[in-house]
Design a protein around this ligand. Structure first.
Ligand SMILES: Cc1cc2nc3c(=O)[nH]c(=O)nc-3n(C[C@H](O)[C@H](O)[C@H](O)COP(=O)(O)OP(=O)(O)OC[C@H]3O[C@@H](n4cnc5c(N)ncnc54)[C@H](O)[C@@H]3O)c2cc1C
Length: 280
């Protein structure tokens, strides 16, 4: 029987900057003009994203109990938790709900992710309104000098038409240019940010010079229904009923979230794929 309460968080794999989100809502630091100068952090360049499942209460049985009250008209939670999920009846019900787009039974669960990604990714992320977000503040804390640069596997050349672009590998010269320009601009911008902070200018003003490639951190909480909507739009897969063409960097986040979802709710995940990855 799956636990009815929140499942524990897996071991953290967060890099050194992961405490940022945890402290984001703490009281704003006092004015630093008289404080001793702290050592300035080294600029870092990353080509990956961090996604950790920090808390969840999400099981296939959550879908079953919510759906079964419809026909049984009585408490169905305990029976669903005790039920053998590996039955054709359970699989069949979840598949029917997915296929016929009875979406609300997929809402009685919760997954909270901790994400580190560049701000241009967060900008796309937060268009997904059926989710709860809390992000580190560029007003209450000095932003860490961590910036995104395209990795060696990142395709650089766009072909095709709007709405259905394909991306091909860049030449060695294009790869070198993309990385060196991203690094140069980030380095110059962060130096400018530091000069303004050192001159006593507020963080909320100084940050206006920072590029969208700077990393931020957030918690995002979703249920399976909204996550499937997110995955249907932010991943590119063969056989999808409504193909999507997402930016690769948000797809990197989506792929990691999808792996957690597949483990937590395998029947729901299988039905999602079998029905063309259409959110119910
Ligand atoms: C490849 C791609 C390219 C994009 N390009 C652009 C772009 O150029 N410009 C741009 O502005 N955006 C763009 N977007 C963002 C896109 O338009 C959506 O805002 C984003 O994908 C969130 O989708 P959503 O509204 O379904 O998600 P959510 O906000 O999580 O909503 C989930 C579902 O809830 C329902 N819902 C939520 N809010 C409302 C509401 N107010 N009224 C009615 N129903 C609601 C809808 O059924 C919706 O599908 C792009 C997205 C993708 C995937």
């Amino acid at each position: 029987m799956p636990p009815a309460t929140d499942s524990p968080a897996p071991a953290s794999t967060a890099p050194a900057t992961s405490t940022a989100a945890a402290t984001a809502l703490a009281a704003p630091a006092a004015a630093t003009s008289e404080a001793p100068a702290a050592a300035k952090p080294e600029i870092q360049f990353r080509s990956d994203v961090t996604v950790e499942l920090v808390r969840s209460s999400a099981h296939d049985s959550d879908v079953l109990f919510a759906a079964r009250v419809s026909t049984q008209g009585e408490q169905t939670l305990e029976a669903a938790q005790d039920a053998d999920l590996d039955t054709s009846r359970s699989k069949g019900l979840i598949n029917y709900l997915m296929r016929d787009r009875h979406g609300s039974p997929f809402e009685h669960n919760s997954m909270t992710f901790y994400v580190q990604a560049p701000i241009f990714v967060f900008r796309e992320f937060m268009r997904h309104r059926i989710a709860s977000y809390n992000e580190e503040s560029g007003r209450y804390r000095e932003l860490n000098p961590v910036f995104y640069v395209p990795g060696p596997d990142r395709n650089l050349v766009q072909v095709g038409k709007p709405g259905a672009y394909e991306f091909l590998a860049g030449s060695p010269e294009q790869t070198e240019l993309a990385v060196s320009e991203a690094q140069r601009v980030a380095t110059e911008a962060y130096a400018s940010y530091q000069r303004m902070l050192d001159a006593g200018i507020a963080r909320e003003v100084a940050r206006i010079v920072l590029p969208l490639s700077i990393y931020s951190s957030m918690y995002v909480t979703v249920n399976a229904r909204s996550l499937m909507n997110f995955l249907s739009l932010r991943t590119k897969r063969e056989g999808t009923h409504f193909p999507s063409f997402p930016q690769r960097e948000i797809e990197m986040c989506a792929e990691k979230m999808e792996d957690f979802f597949a483990t937590l709710m395998p029947l729901t995940y299988a039905a999602f794929n079998e029905n063309g990855r259409v959110a119910p």
